[in-house]
Design a protein around this ligand. Structure first.
Ligand code: FAD
Length: 284
């Protein structure tokens, strides 16, 4: 459980980060909270000869809640999200989901940028950000670009971010309607067996818009457009719930592991999604 030797860099600004990344290529990697990367280094599953700590880099922290949009600096921790009352008022699903990640110690260190950049299918924030239609800002040698969360994930630990780019912020529209984040886990502090992020906009007694994303049920988070579409125009009755669950099951592709066989995971996914839709609808 001791990592291989590495050189520790603690730059103060993004130019310095990018120049270390350029100089060392694949041998360099950024670290945010370190609560995914350090365990991987200790287990010798990640070899990082040059570790670049982002803690002191200017401009990567801060939560901005505007009238139409929300910006989270990449170094905002899960604890910061839980602790910010203005953010919780504007986007309560963020606090609801963050409270279901790991335990307080991990949440004091784990960052939103690290959680979404990591590409671990078990991380909760990627699916959440897909549900909320967030954009990820990355900065590299050619400048900055925005990548929609729904286009970011390619395979487990493979994302649209290039190795020499750093994720600096997550931006999203202020959520409308009702929301729910439901997570089934084996025990407190565990990663999800299945989780569902749901946002629903109600018009009169009818569902006007619905957004649904699932976690840890494929090698990437799954934004299920079909599941959301199955609710639109309905009054979210039992038939609509069954149609949404069926559509979601058509989009996920779980594999058997120590959280259970495929049939069990699909069953749990259906139960979790149904609960999340019912709760989001009751709040819409
Ligand atoms: P780091 O560990 O520092 O980095 C993770 C990866 O992302 C690295 O490859 C790093 O190079 C890259 N990276 C980090 N920041 C950036 C950036 N700004 N730009 C580009 N690349 C970047 N997470 C959950 O979602 N749900 C859970 O239930 C959960 N349970 C956990 C339980 C335990 C016991 C532990 C130790 C962790 C758990 N986590 C869970 C993970 C935790 O939330 C991590 O902190 C988080 O996933 C990664 O954030 P970090 O800031 O620690 O990133």
């Amino acid at each position: 459980m001791i990592p291989a030797a590495f050189e520790y860099h603690r730059p103060q600004n993004m130019d310095a980060v990018l120049s270390i990344l350029q100089e060392h290529g694949d041998d360099a990697r950024v670290m945010a909270g370190g609560h995914s990367l350090i365990p991987m280094m200790k287990l010798r599953m990640a070899d990082v000869p040059h570790l670049i700590d982002l803690q002191d880099v200017d401009g990567m922290a801060g939560i901005d809640v505007g009238a139409d949009s929300i910006r989270l600096g990449a170094m905002v921790t899960q604890h910061d999200i839980i602790d910010d009352d203005a953010l919780a008022a504007a986007a309560p699903i963020l606090r609801e989901a963050a409270l279901q990640i790991a335990d307080p110690q991990v949440r004091y260190m784990g960052t939103v940028g690290g959680n979404v950049a990591n590409g671990d299918p078990g991380n909760d924030m990627p699916g959440l950000m897909q549900c909320l239609d967030a954009q990820f800002t990355v900065v590299g040698p050619d400048g900055a670009r925005d990548i929609p969360a729904r286009d970011f994930y390619e395979a487990a630990y493979m994302t649209a971010r290039e190795d020499d780019e750093v994720l600096t912020a997550v931006t999203m529209p202020v959520p409308r309607g009702g929301h729910a984040y439901e997570k089934q886990k084996r025990k407190i502090g565990d990663y999800a067996t299945a989780a569902a992020a749901v946002q629903i906009v109600k018009d009169g007694g009818t569902c006007a818009a619905a957004s649904i994303a699932m976690t840890n049920l494929s090698d990437t988070p799954i934004f299920s457009e079909a599941a959301g579409a199955a609710l639109v125009g309905t009054n979210v009755d039992d038939a609509a719930l069954k149609a949404a669950v069926a559509a979601m099951l058509g989009d996920i592709d779980p594999s058997e592991d120590n959280r259970g066989p495929i049939a069990f995971k699909k069953h749990v996914a259906g139960v979790i999604l149904r609960r999340a839709i019912e709760r989001a609808w009751s709040r819409a």
